[in-house]
Design a protein around this ligand. Structure first.
Ligand SMILES: [Fe+2]
Length: 172
């Protein structure tokens, strides 16, 4: 796998791009599923393992602004509940297992955990703009591809990202 091949994956997505359109998100998920089927993807990423821990930007679309990032995590790493502002996100598992939970927001800051489940190798999870979720690496390590519809640093700068300081137990 090389950069040119990665770029090619996004040609179809660019043709049908409409950031907030559910069809575009479906097309994005399809791109991720096709990438996950590449047997050389894991090797391509683990060959850059030092950078993978920090996160590698594999693709940034200069016209539409969507970004593909690859990163690794180690067992136990927990990311508190958050959303991605106006951006949508697709998480895809290249290696390992990650547990993801979703939340309902009651009022300004009260969270109720709706569900949690484990996402295995070859699977993807989609979160729409505003969807609150948390993640925890439950295998020794995990390698994730994350496609976001926009630059999350900009969402952060504009104050659109909500982050919560406490995890919350699952209420059924
Ligand atoms: Fe997230």
């Amino acid at each position: 796998m090389n950069q040119q091949q990665i770029n090619l994956f996004f040609d179809d997505l660019k043709l049908s791009w409409n950031k907030q359109n559910e069809e575009t998100i479906k097309a994005g998920k399809h791109v991720m599923e096709k990438m996950l089927k590449r047997e050389d993807l894991k090797k391509y990423l683990t060959n850059q393992s030092d950078n993978l821990a920090k996160g590698i930007e594999l693709y940034r679309d200069s016209e539409f602004g969507f970004i593909l990032l690859a990163y690794s995590e180690t067992k136990g790493l927990y990311r508190m509940p958050h959303n991605h502002g106006n951006g949508w996100v697709i998480y895809s598992v290249v290696d390992g297992i990650i547990e993801m939970g979703t939340y309902a927001l009651i009022g300004d800051m009260n969270l109720i955990k709706k569900e949690k489940h484990q996402v295995q190798i070859g699977s993807s999870e989609v979160y729409f703009p505003g969807d609150i979720h948390d993640t925890q690496c439950v295998s020794d390590s995990v390698i994730i591809l994350r496609l976001t519809s926009c630059d999350l640093k900009e969402e952060e700068k504009q104050g659109r990202i909500k982050k919560f300081q406490k995890p919350c137990s699952l209420k059924t």
